[in-house]
Design a protein around this ligand. Structure first.
Ligand SMILES: *Cc1c(COP(=O)(O)O)cnc(C)c1O
Length: 381
């Protein structure tokens, strides 16, 4: 029956019924597993963990963690206590680090779920030691040092004092975080690595970790004992400006719910910001900013609009992205692919996360983590 969209091909392959939702997010778990294996291989002898915060960067913490545990990942990082409790239920034997550290009053629940806070202040250190004393054992934790992010962590010059005052806990990791690892030529990377080496000298025998996804790819190979990739596992490009070495993990398709023909001068959407320059055929898809497609993917001076792939042809978003709908100019698309009921591709083989982000003046991380709750979700692989 004419052109088959990528989403339809996937549905056919999986022998699934067409979703009743007007958006379909397909998460390729084999791509996530392959991406983890690739990063693990690049990390040499270092252990490869996985950052699964923000619901596995929007792709679903449970499915992502099961896939990663299935290929051998044993160490996970989450942002907060609730994500940590979810992670513990999914991975009973894993080491699970909580980046927030010890939020006041949360120590007992962190301990009960056997979570390891990333401690970055003496107040947290004392709360964690006190929680351990109550339980009659020293509790595991990471010690987080701030080599330049100025967001979380002890100052490096406090390393000696931290080492002296950490006797009430059981440190299992000394860590820091790059502020600019996506820019391999930025001299700040070498400066941070130097400061981290100086910090580590105070903690002999304790594992070290500084590399996020892009950090793994730095020429200095600052892999230490453990690397902490997030974005790259989900198909994000850890080497901006160079071809993406990772496999795409998220495909997003939306369904055409209405079409119409417009004459020159007709406008589309709120405030009529798009005006037809010629007789035009337009198609309305059932996805908008409430589904995580940014309003900023609307065309603006000096910035192209977002695009969808309709029967193999790129079609621009026209008018302003609205809550539930985006209108496409499908004048140049094959007619059969641009009919009511057809699926169009928003993210996939043609348009990757980085491109959508560029067209929305944001970053791929935000595109991924904001993927809405309204899509049907299919996990393949
Ligand atoms: C989010 C985060 C990571 C993962 O970073 P990516 O760029 O997604 O690989 C690693 N470490 C810390 C401290 C983080 O906050």
């Amino acid at each position: 029956m004419g052109i088959i969209s990528p989403a339809e091909r996937l549905l056919a392959a999986a022998d699934l019924h067409e979703p009743v939702e007007t958006g379909l997010l397909t998460v390729d778990l084999s791509a996530i597993a392959a991406n983890w294996r690739k990063v693990a291989g690049l990390a040499g002898g270092a252990e490869c963990g996985a950052v699964v915060k923000a619901d596995g960067y929007g792709l679903g913490q449970a499915a992502v963690m099961r896939a990663l545990a299935g290929v051998g990942c044993k160490t996970f990082f989450v942002a907060n206590l609730l994500e940590g409790e979810t992670a513990r239920a999914l991975a009973p034997d894993a080491a699970i680090y909580v980046l927030d550290g010890v939020v006041p009053g949360c120590a007992p629940r962190l301990a009960a779920a056997d979570l390891r806070p990333c401690i970055g202040s003496f107040a947290e250190l004392e709360e964690w030691a006190a929680a351990g004393a109550t339980l009659g054992r020293k509790l595991a934790a990471a010690l987080h040092f701030d080599t330049g992010m100025h967001r979380l962590g002890f100052p490096p010059r406090a390393a000696g004092e931290v080492a002296a005052r950490a006797h009430g806990i059981a440190p299992t990791l000394v860590m820091s975080h790059f502020l600019s690892s996506q820019l391999p030529d930025d001299p700040v990377n070498a400066r941070q690595i130097g400061d981290f080496l100086a910090v580590r000298a105070h903690f002999p025998g304790i594992a070290g970790s500084i590399a996020n996804s892009s950090g793994v790819f730095l020429p200095q190979k600052p892999h230490f004992d453990l690397v902490r990739p997030g974005y790259a596992l989900y198909g994000g490009n850890p080497t901006p400006g160079v071809a993406n070495p990772m496999r795409a993990a998220a495909r997003l398709s939306a369904r055409i719910v209405s079409t119409r023909d417009l004459g020159p001068g007709d406008t589309v959407g709120y405030d009529g910001v798009w005006k037809a320059p010629r007789p035009s055929r337009v198609a309305t898809i059932g996805a908008g900013y409430a589904d995580g497609l940014p309003v900023s993917a609307t065309a603006a001076p000096g910035k192209p609009a977002g695009e969808a792939v309709v029967g193999g042809v790129r079609c621009p978003f026209i008018g302003r992205v609205s809550m539930d709908y985006i209108v496409l100019d499908v004048t140049d698309a094959p007619k059969v692919a641009a009919e009511r009921g057809q699926w169009v591709e928003l993210l996939g083989e043609t348009i990757d996360v980085e491109e959508l982000a560029l067209r929305a003046r944001t970053i791929g991380y935000e595109v991924l983590t904001r993927l809405g709750r309204r899509y049907a979700r299919r996990y393949v692989g």
